[in-house]
Design a protein around this ligand. Structure first.
Ligand SMILES: [Zn+2]
Length: 247
């Protein structure tokens, strides 16, 4: 359904409301989240760093992510980057920061014709670098990670299968490791992704960085899926930050 909808509108209309003209109309842009909040997948991969997302993966944000990623609506990279920047600003207010996009397989990038997460991260870095209060403290995008080895499509896999599928699949690129080692200024390393679902991808990115001595400050995503808690466990985790209806 959504794909058909996007096919209809991505040629010349707003992905949020199909209004003719820009790929994101003014009214829909006004509805975008302007901050981030802590989120946690359930179940959560052991040791996962603090996660922040700008909003729930639904409705407008979902339409934007998919139109940008699958349909190459590059005009949405700017707005998606601003959403990611808003979530990131809540985590690292004014420290020198490296945004590390979760890598895609080279074959996927070739098939899509672009690297959506890299594009969004660059837009976020651009926004953050110019945000008031940073006083010139830089935000850079660093492609520290690459995908190694075969990884099956994650669709249809549960949380444990995803974790097993991804284990050992990412590595720090050799050249960037050397440049990180040379860096004298302490930086906050923030792993960026478009959507937080089970946390398996983010955890694998974190593992690859930490295994080479690179501490991860946080994981920040544009959106997080809403995970339904079993009724029996819901009351025992009252503080669990999830995106719910009406948020
Ligand atoms: Zn609209």
């Amino acid at each position: 359904m959504l794909d058909a909808w996007l096919d209809l509108v991505h040629g010349g209309g707003c992905v949020g409301c199909a209004a003719p003209g820009r790929s994101l109309c003014h009214d829909c842009a006004e509805r975008l989240p302007t901050g981030g909040r802590p989120v946690r997948p359930t179940p959560c991969p052991p040791g996962l760093a603090a996660c922040f997302a700008a909003g729930e993966y639904a409705d407008l944000l979902r339409a934007m992510v998919l139109a940008h990623k699958e349909h190459g609506v590059f005009a949405l990279a700017g707005p998606l980057g601003r959403v990611l920047a808003a979530a990131t600003a809540a985590v690292v207010p004014a420290t020198p920061t490296l945004l590390v996009p979760v890598p895609s397989r080279a074959s996927v990038v070739r098939a899509r014709g672009h690297d959506p997460m890299l594009r969004i991260a660059r837009a976020a870095g651009h926004t953050l670098s110019r945000s008031p209060g940073r006083d010139g403290r830089p935000v850079r995008v660093a492609r520290l990670l690459e995908v190694r080895g075969p990884v099956r499509d994650q669709a249809g896999l549960d949380a444990r299968q995803r974790a097993a599928n991804l284990s050992g699949s990412m590595a720090v690129r050799a050249g960037t490791r050397r440049s990180l080692a040379r860096a004298r200024v302490p930086v906050s390393i923030v792993v960026c992704d478009d959507v937080l679902t089970t946390g398996a991808t983010a955890r694998e990115a974190q593992r690859a960085l930490e295994d080479t001595g690179v501490p991860v400050r946080a994981i920040v995503t544009v959106a997080a899926t809403r995970r339904r808690l079993p009724v029996s466990t819901a009351p025992s985790q009252p503080g669990l930050p999830l995106f719910g209806r009406g948020d």
